[in-house]
Design a binder for this molecule. Structure first.
Ligand code: UDP
Length: 323
């Protein structure tokens, strides 16, 4: 299939482009390089364009003969979205509307959308399935939920077929292929643990009085390569399913911040030093996915990679990052 990967120079997007290329799809990456990396675009053609600039989008989609779009362009820092909600809604919602209109105008009827566990908000159950109530705690989560709603309306009005993939905690790297996680600033736990181990500097732990076994937050870490394979399966799914669909993507296993630190110490052979900080605003105590629906509907089998492999891959990447 001829596929446009919007945001394909970013962390998850680069792994998606790699996966689609390995499955013999013809990939074009569109990215404005605001947070993505040109060096991460290693599979397929690259066009620098911006979902916030409709004429630049139209020029890519016109005559592109794309059969589907994978849309991962977004501002995605939760605290950033609380500080700058206008910016986040504009980029994540208006930017997506621009893309959807351009897709409609140029006859592209299939979309895989990068959504998030942040749409659920404070969990009401130990494990979250797709029908869990959606009460996002941040403008970031709300912006993704708004797009999911728009996709449902677009299915009815314009016949757009879509799959929203609700990522839990993406982690790890395809380091042998020269891609991995590189954010500036970095807010995520695993890269921060590894960077502090490399630098011999302390790691900040945000809160240790949560209602979890060791008091630190529990998350569901899923290998970015497993996430990427779900995008390929979602595109296959759209071959014979119309309408708007949504699936959780997680491993189903929860690990606390301290579990991650211990794993990183074991994998790297280094000792971490920790500074305890106040909890971050809006951090739920536990977020663990049920991915049963993705398994039964998409045929996705997670996890192919456990936490040790995730941390080891990320460690190899962080020791010698390509960008
Ligand atoms: N965390 C931490 N120190 C860090 C980064 C994250 O203690 O330097 C904690 C954070 O408070 C949360 C968990 O690690 O409880 C996972 O955070 P991350 O930002 O990786 O993912 P999130 O679940 O917030 O999307």
């Amino acid at each position: 299939m001829k596929i446009l990967v919007c945001g394909g120079a970013g962390y998850v997007g680069a792994h998606v482009a790699r996966e689609l290329h390995l499955r013999n799809h013809e990939v074009t990456v569109l990215d404005n390089l605001s947070t993505g990396h040109r060096q991460a675009v290693r599979w397929g053609r690259f066009v620098q364009a911006d979902v916030m600039v409709p004429p630049s989008l139209d020029s890519v989609l016109r005559g592109g003969a794309f059969e589907a779009v994978v849309h991962l362009c977004a501002l995605s820092i939760v605290s950033g979205s609380t500080a700058d909600p206008y910016g986040y809604y504009l980029n994540n919602v208006q930017g997506t509307l621009n893309l959807l209109r351009s897709m409609r105008d140029h006859g592209v009827g299939k979309l895989v959308f990068s959504s998030t566990a942040a749409i659920y908000g404070q969990p009401l159950s130990d494990v979250i399935s797709e029908d869990h109530p959606k009460n996002p705690l941040s403008p970031y989560g709300a912006s993704k939920l708004m797009v999911e709603r728009i996709l449902a309306d677009a299915a009815t009005a314009y016949g757009l077929s879509s799959v929203s993939l609700r990522y839990f905690n993406a982690a790890g790297a395809a380091y042998l292929d020269g891609i991995g996680e590189s954010h500036q600033p970095e807010t995520h736990l695993i890269p921060n643990v590894l960077r502090s181990l490399l630098a011999g500097s302390p790691l900040q732990v945000f809160g240790n009085q949560y209602a979890t076994p060791d008091g630190t937050c529990v998350r569901d870490y899923v290998h970015v390569r497993d996430l990427a394979s779900a995008h390929a399966l979602a595109l296959d799914y759209l071959g014979n399913h119309t309408g708007a669909h949504a699936f959780n993507l997680g491993s189903g296993a929860g690990f606390s911040v301290m579990d991650v630190i211990r794993t990183a110490e074991r994998v790297t052979g280094k000792r971490a030093s920790v500074i305890l900080r106040e909890p971050r605003a809006g951090d739920p105590a536990q977020l663990v996915a049920s991915s049963l629906l993705a398994q039964t509907e998409l045929g996705w089998h997670a996890p192919l990679h456990d936490l040790d492999e995730i941390v080891l891959g990320a460690w190899r990447w962080h020791q010698d990052p390509a960008y």
